[in-house]
Design a protein around this ligand. Structure first.
Ligand SMILES: Nc1ncnc2c1ncn2[C@@H]1O[C@H](COP(=O)(O)OP(=O)(O)OP(=O)(O)O)[C@@H](O)[C@H]1O
Ligand SMILES: [Mg+2]
Length: 330
């Protein structure tokens, strides 16, 4: 997306770091979890991108930082040209972004009805007229196909199936008409039978409302659904960024190649499914490996370079970046 004109960019992250403090020794901070470490990324208006990576690589932390739920330790988030800094900017920003969490069961208060769950963001935004609130609630329910509406309005979360609960969560994320939705593993806790329906719903909302979408997943088989671009994260960093086709057909980073390897399914349509993770352990984010964080597991390790210098993002093909020393000469 780096090629887009500035006016087409909705969200821009520059050198974003989110570190969690672990320990203090007197006044000194002595332990950090480097969950997001130097992420640069731009998202266009109406664009959908996927963020993929193994468990613990920092996907949720990145999502929560983008949503303004974790303050970045360093770096900058710019939304619609405005740098997010200070309480007033965050107040302006929050209605523009919606969050769809991984766990629909834990995302809503069990003692609130569907109507109350959807009413809450409207009340926080100061929509005083009850008739207008109800109208907007009904419109949102219709958009997520929670129909017949009257059957669902007064139900409580425990009376709904997982798929219906996730529809409530999506309706809540959408009710203030945000310009960006961040969906963090939105189907990983649902039955396989409803996953496709929920992904189709998200795709439909993104395409018909001109929304931008960040879709976070560990399952590459679902990204082709509605994203044009993929970011691969490893150890808190983005190691590869490319259009979906280019990344699946010609992955450039050894980590991405390892994710795509080990495929036993003979059906070429499933050739992009991430079935195996590379051998070895994901890096500790408290004490990450020096140089490239993937070097201890990397089959293409270049001695005296990969283990001591952090690779920048090289761009061997247009729009396809890989943070790997193998590509330093293009
Ligand atoms: N509030 C926190 N305090 C301290 N460490 C945290 C906190 N939140 C996350 N972490 C750590 O940050 C790292 C990244 O976690 P994160 O949840 O962002 O990964 P993830 O890629 O979303 O993983 P998963 O696929 O399992 O959801 C992990 O080591 C995690 O333990
Ligand atoms: Mg997560």
């Amino acid at each position: 997306m780096g090629e887009a004109a500035d006016g087409d960019i909705l969200l821009s992250l520059r050198d974003l770091h989110t570190w969690f403090e672990l320990r203090r020794w007197g006044i000194f901070r002595v332990g950090w979890v480097q969950a997001v470490d130097g992420v640069d990324f731009q998202l266009g208006r109406g664009e959908a991108v996927a963020v993929v990576g193994e468990s613990g690589c920092g996907k949720t932390t990145l999502a929560r930082t983008i949503l303004g739920l974790h303050p970045p330790t360093r770096g900058e988030i710019r939304f619609d040209g405005r740098v997010l800094k200070g309480a007033a900017t965050l107040r302006w920003y929050r209605p523009h972004v919606g969050f769809v969490q991984q766990d629909p069961y834990g995302a809503t208060a069990p003692f609130l009805s569907v109507k109350r769950i959807l009413e809450e963001p409207l009340l926080v935004q100061g929509v005083r007229d009850p008739a207008e609130r109800l109208h907007r609630i009904r419109t949102a329910m219709e958009r997520v196909k929670l129909t017949p509406i009257d059957d669902f309005l007064n139900k409580f979360p425990h009376m709904l199936s997982g798929g219906q609960q996730q529809r409530v969560v999506i309706a809540r994320a959408k009710i203030l008409e945000p310009r960006l939705i961040v969906a963090d593993e939105p189907v990983s806790m649902l039955d396989a039978s409803v996953r496709v329906e929920i992904l189709e719903l998200l795709r439909d909302l993104q395409q018909t409302s001109g929304l931008s979408l960040i879709y976070i997943t560990h399952d590459l088989s679902t990204v082709r659904f509605f994203t044009e671009r993929i970011l691969v994260m490893y150890g808190g960093k983005v190691v590869e960024e490319a259009p979906v086709r280019s990344l699946l057909e010609e992955p450039l980073h050894p980590y991405t190649r390892a994710l795509l390897a080990g495929i036993s399914d003979p059906d070429p349509a499933n050739a992009h499914v991430m079935r195996e993770v590379p051998p070895g352990e994901p890096p500790s984010l408290m004490n990450p490996p020096s140089g490239c964080r993937f070097h201890p597991r990397c089959p293409s390790f270049i001695r005296k370079l990969c283990d001591c210098q952090v690779p920048p993002a090289f761009m061997p093909k247009p729009g396809h970046r890989a943070a790997c020393w193998l590509h330093r000469d293009g």
